[in-house]
Ligand binder design. Structure first.
Ligand code: ADP
Ligand code: ADP
Ligand code: MG
Length: 462
């Protein structure tokens, strides 16, 4: 069934992104919003809006009943979950289908299977994809894990099977720490994800995070090459690039083909991402997880391939076959994305909600700013601090970095603190320019040279 109307069950910049894509496809948009978001850009842009509850996410963006009721009231054909919130909630996907509507994403069974990181590792292994050395399945405690840990050696990671968003991961250095941390990790995982299941992985030191974008229509699966997401803080991505730099053609081929093989093995339908750790010295990659949704950093892939991933996932959800053949997906130039958060990098990334003033956004060739900001917008304190993503494209990596520096220098967001000064410092960092970094690089660097308060002031308030 072709989708004629779509409810957006999310907020912030991704809601704006989805409204845009749907409107370009001629689809009527209905923006679901909490009481804190009545004045949001997505609500202003959408054809219609519907209040789903009070500000706390548990009573609005995470309330399955409220969202289904709102969708029914508005008579929409489909629901787009965005990322975060209910995007990887199989019960939600099922509830949408049971209510006779289309969930823009894979079906509940695929979300359940791939969303369980232990089950996903098994899917990867069966598809011939190398996984991080670790436990075969969930582990109950040290007794069960001892032989494995002796084999792979410390440090190891204890990970929550249902974890996400950089949470539910602990590194332990020895047996004593393992015994102590394991029960804590289990109860934490139960509280945070409703599932106390844990597994164990070897820590891959000095690795890079590289992920492959896939699109599937249930029969055919293609990849749209890879993204480099190694610059992270608290295991959350800060700066992303496409393509990954320095990959040999054979590594790129093996990596992308492994993601396609994995997705084909489950007859994947929708947009998805297969995440890996990459050991550049050994030129070896190891599967870590699958995200069964659109990702925050999808624009860098769009910039280098010219594919509109959000439009494509909406078309697929409406029953269309993939409109792109693998041989037509080509890499053109280099793209970089900076996640701009309402946080003060000079005060240990303290959240900085409040009213935005003096907003001035540069634009031009190869510049894209995905944001929910407008001048006078009040950033509410209830949600994720992401304000927007600055994305630039250039003929090569060096020119993309240079363009990012120029564009961020010209971007003015007044009234609140943002992470723009951090990104300016990253863009000028010689190791970043040389591509000499891994997933711990940014944290180590920040620990050694915290951004000064003056830097924040001068760069941020223009
Ligand atoms: P990506 O893989 O697209 O980089 P992230 O892991 O950064 O995605 O998560 C995307 C968004 O979803 C972020 O805003 C993050 O805060 C949110 N998120 C991810 N997982 C969870 C979770 N388990 N619970 C709550 N929010 C989450
Ligand atoms: P999430 O579901 O929270 O996104 P991931 O499994 O994707 O969790 O891991 C998030 C980040 O944690 C990775 O990008 C990487 O920086 C780090 N990480 C995860 N697993 C390992 C590992 N086995 N060794 C080293 N770092 C890891
Ligand atoms: Mg991940």
């Amino acid at each position: 069934m072709a989708i004629g109307s779509l409810l957006i069950a999310n907020r912030g910049e991704i809601a704006v992104r989805i409204v845009r894509a749907a409107q370009a496809l001629g689809i009527r948009t209905v923006q679901a919003y909490s009481a804190a978001d009545a004045d949001s850009l997505a609500v202003r842009m959408a054809d219609d809006g519907v209040l789903i509850g009070p500000p706390p996410a548990a009573k609005s963006y995470l309330d399955i009943g409220a969202i289904i009721a709102a969708a029914k009231e508005k008579g929409v054909d489909a629901i787009h979950p965005g990322y975060g919130f209910l995007a990887e909630n199989a019960d939600f996907a099922e509830a949408v289908a049971d209510a006779g509507m289309i969930f823009v994403g894979p079906d509940a069974d695929a979300i359940r299977l791939l969303g369980d990181k232990v089950a996903a590792r098994e899917v990867a292994r069966k598809a011939g994809v190398p996984t991080v050395p670790g436990s075969e399945g969930r582990v109950a405690g040290l007794d069960e894990a001892r032989a494995l840990v002796e084999e792979i050696g410390f440090p190891v990671m204890i990970k929550a099977a249902a974890g996400g968003g950089g949470r539910g991961i602990r590194i332990v250095q020895d047996f004593e720490a393992f015994e102590k941390q394991f029960p804590q990790a289990a109860s934490e995982a139960r509280a945070a994800f409703g599932d106390g299941g844990l597994y164990v992985e070897k820590v891959i030191g000095n690795a890079r995070h590289i992920e492959v974008q896939i699109l599937g229509d249930g029969e055919n699966v293609i990849h749209c090459f890879e993204r480099e997401c190694s610059l992270q803080r608290r295991r959350q991505k800060v700066w992303e690039e496409a393509p990954a730099f320095g990959l040999s053609p054979s590594v790129r081929k093996a990596l992308t083909e492994s993601a396609v093989a994995l997705a084909k093995s489950v007859r994947y339908r929708g947009a998805g991402t297969v995440e890996y750790l990459y050991d550049a010295d050994a030129q070896a990659f190891y599967f870590i997880e699958v995200n069964t949704r659109i990702q925050v950093e999808h624009p860098v892939t769009e910039m280098i391939t010219g594919i509109d991933l959000v439009a494509e996932m909406i078309r697929i959800a409406g029953g269309e076959k993939l409109s792109i053949a693998q041989e037509d997906v080509r890499i053109k130039g280099h793209a970089i994305e900076c996640r701009i958060n309402a946080e003060d990098p000079a005060r240990n990334f303290l959240p900085s909600p409040g009213q935005v003033s003096g907003l001035s956004v540069p634009n031009g060739d190869g510049i894209r700013f995905d944001t929910m900001l407008y001048d006078g917008y009040v950033v509410p304190p209830f949600y994720d601090s992401l304000l927007g993503k600055m994305i630039v494209h250039g003929p090569d990596r060096a020119s993309a970095i240079w363009r990012m520096e120029e564009v961020l220098g010209a971007l003015a967001i007044g009234g609140i603190k943002t992470t723009v000064p951090l990104h300016l410092a990253i863009a000028a960092n010689p190791d970043v320019i040389a591509g000499a970094f891994h997933t711990k690089y940014l944290e180590n660097w920040l620990a050694g040279a915290p951004l000064s308060e003056t830097a924040t002031e001068t760069e941020n308030v223009r």
